[in-house]
Design a protein around this ligand. Structure first.
Ligand SMILES: *Cc1c(COP(=O)(O)O)cnc(C)c1O
Length: 468
């Protein structure tokens, strides 16, 4: 390095100096301090590497203004919606976007998103077609349904079904199923909003068929059953079987609707998810119409799937609200590709399913491999970094099977001079944010939810976060 460039390097201000400059002039008031600090660091590193400007600029104020511009550019370029590494072990983490999509779904989004498609165009007839036919035949095959239609999410599906089939009348529902699913989605509120009178029967823990029978009156249009997704009644609890409710509804000329919620298509009982209802069984047991999510146990894009008897699904289709709750071409593309994987029984290609099905032995082997990788990366220099393995549990998430624990092996980090909260914050604010849990006073990484291609990046971010 020449003497000149050495002088100019020395002229590059410190991170603290730049932050003080920003603070004094109230620059970037609405942006997270850590994000500004990161951008300053990146801008200064850029200056050090390509110091052309520094060589020619001698006025420190001018240099600071230059840095401000570089920081502003960096902050503006950072997208609001960013990819993160989910090391929490919660497979269907609603806050982190639920199911990661299968490669086939991503390819389909690329293909359809890039150009034009037959979204609402009938290629046989050469004229305007219908959007809501997409995915229908695959869904009917998989679920054994007469008809199916896709809307924005399961909440929309429930609302649309109630509004179409129950508006102006009453629906009978067990007190044990008047649940809040999360994010303010409360079944009683949704029913009221859709103009359906609520006829509560039974008690919180026990509702019998006779309770439904006696509650049915002239105003009754539907019997509604809701899967209490995110909570479980244990012990002295009972509710009628789907088949019995279906028979009762049929005898009285009512519609029987089941909100299934998480919507497994494949049997996941080997994962302990044996009380997750699935749509095909509910329909086979006599439900007239069902609703479930596309991005929970199905492992596809956000969507609400409605399936059941032709005449009922047709009425749902004709509801003017359908126009407001419909999905776009990207969702159809991703959902169709995901459903095709089910039809071809290629379950291993559905990331959420693969994660749920990972065996404890595989989880352990992967954690061991990753711990070795981390230790190697830390090398001899980083004394005070302790990487250990510990047993733990992953969770299904997405309001599904709250009681199910998936045995896993966690990679625990202990770094001298860093509290676990400190380390958690640094990882969360990393360039590729890493979301972790703290257990037993240590930051733990659950590899179950880390995509294989993210492993190296995870190691890099862990290294970076403790070395600055
Ligand atoms: C999750 C869930 C919903 C809402 O589904 P979204 O796809 O998130 O709108 C509705 N009902 C039940 C039973 C659920 O589990």
């Amino acid at each position: 390095m020449t003497e000149v460039s050495r002088t100019h390097l020395r002229r590059i201000p410190s991170v603290e100096r730049v932050l003080k400059f920003f603070h004094d002039k109230r620059a970037f008031p609405d942006i997270d301090r850590a994000a500004v600090r990161d951008a300053v660091r990146e801008a200064l590193a850029g200056l050090r590497e390509h110091g052309a400007r520094v060589e020619t600029e001698t006025d420190p104020d001018y240099l600071l203004a230059d840095i401000e511009r570089a920081v502003a550019e960096r902050l503006a370029e950072r997208p609001g919606l960013r990819a993160v590494i989910n090391a929490t072990g919660v497979v269907l983490h609603t806050n982190l976007g639920r199911a990661p999509l299968p490669a086939a779904a991503i390819a389909a989004i690329g293909e359809i998103g890039r150009g034009y498609s037959n979204l609402e165009y009938d290629l046989t007839a050469g004229k305007r077609g219908k959007r809501d036919v997409h995915c229908e035949s695959l869904l009917c095959d998989l679920l054994g349904a007469e008809a199916a239609v896709v809307v924005n999410n399961c909440a929309a599906a429930v609302f649309l079904i109630l509004d179409t089939l129950g508006n102006g009348g009453e629906a009978v529902i067990s007190r044990g199923e008047l649940v809040e699913i999360g994010g303010g989605f409360r079944i009683p509120d949704v029913m009221r909003k859709s103009g359906v009178g609520l006829r509560e029967v039974g008690t919180t823990n026990r509702t019998r068929l006779a309770d439904y029978e006696t509650a049915i009156g002239p105003e009754t249009k539907m019997i509604v059953r809701v899967h209490p997704s995110n909570f479980r009644l244990l012990g002295f609890a009972e509710r009628p079987a789907v088949a019995d409710l279906a028979a009762l509804a049929k005898a009285r000329g009512l519609v029987f609707f089941e909100d299934i919620g998480s919507g497994a298509i494949e049997d996941l009982s080997a994962q302990g998810l044996n009380d997750e209802p699935f749509a095909a069984r509910s329909l086979a047991d006599g439900a007239d119409i069902v609703a479930f999510s596309g991005d929970k146990l199905l492992g596809g894009p956000q969507a609400g799937i409605i399936a059941g008897r032709q005449e009922l699904v047709d009425r749902v289709r004709r509801n003017p609200l359908m126009r407001m709750l419909r999905v776009d071409k990207l969702v159809y593309a991703a959902l169709e590709a995901t459903l095709r994987l089910y039809r071809n029984r290629a379950f291993g290609e559905i990331p959420a399913l693969a994660m749920l099905r990972q065996s404890p032995t595989d989880a352990k082997a992967r954690a061991e491999r990753f711990a070795r990788k981390l230790r190697r990366a830390f090398g001899g220099e980083a004394v005070g970094v302790d990487v250990t393995l510990m047993r733990g549990d992953s969770l299904v998430g997405g309001g599904s099977a709250p009681h199910v624990k998936l045995p896993t092996t966690l990679v625990a980090l202990n770094v001298d001079g860093f509290s676990p909260e400190d380390l958690e914050t640094r990882l969360r604010r990393a360039e590729m944010p890493v979301i972790v849990r703290i257990e037993d006073g240590r930051v733990v990484l659950d590899l179950r939810t880390v995509l294989p291609e993210q492993e190296d990046r995870l190691a890099t971010e862990v290294l970076r976060s403790i070395s600055r």
